[in-house]
Design a protein. Structure first.
Length: 172
């Protein structure tokens, strides 16, 4: 990487750090849901889904609860355009504990529309988990479980890479 490029892109999380964060968040989810027989982990399509699968892998090792994966799909720029769709029907998560997972909490748009979708159904509990919390929210939503919090400028961009065996988070 040339010198000019290396000063503009900073690696803020390594593969091992991301694995550790996924493990820590999985244990926090387990502690919150210790009495549950089933836990729905809903990953927002893309990097949120990838992060959710890392958490699920740990949860399956530490609890006897049935861990159910749900993919959440929406237009992240304009969630109202096509609405929020899930890979599970609402009957499959009714009266269950749900954890909505995304890679980065920036404005809060994705998480607020995702939570709104699940709240249309009677559920037991809804928590949110993110790898990176940027603290630029325009909606009243928070991450119940977060990897790291970053104070960044609005001009900076967080890039999450879930390449096999080489996960990383970059600040650009």
């Amino acid at each position: 990487m040339n010198q000019a490029l290396s000063t503009m892109i900073n690696r803020i999380l390594t593969h091992d750090q991301i694995q550790h964060i996924a493990k820590r968040i999985a244990y926090q989810i387990y502690e919150t849901n210790v009495d549950e027989k089933e836990i729905v982990v809903a990953g927002i399509k893309g990097s949120g889904e990838s992060f959710a699968k890392k958490i699920i892998a740990v949860l399956k090792k530490i609890t006897d609860a049935k861990i159910i994966f749900c993919q959440v799909d929406m237009n992240k720029k304009n969630p109202l355009e096509s609405g929020v769709k899930t890979s599970l029907s609402s009957e499959e998560y009714t009266k269950k504990s749900i954890v909505l997972v995304d890679d980065v909490l920036n404005s809060g748009t994705t998480l607020i529309y995702g939570t709104h979708h699940f709240l249309k159904t009677p559920i037991k509990r809804l928590k949110t988990a993110v790898l990176v919390n940027r603290n630029h929210k325009k909606y009243p939503i928070k991450a119940d479980f977060k990897g790291i919090s970053l104070s960044t400028s609005l001009n900076e961009h967080i890039k999450v890479d879930f390449e096999p065996k080489n996960n990383a988070v970059y600040l650009e």
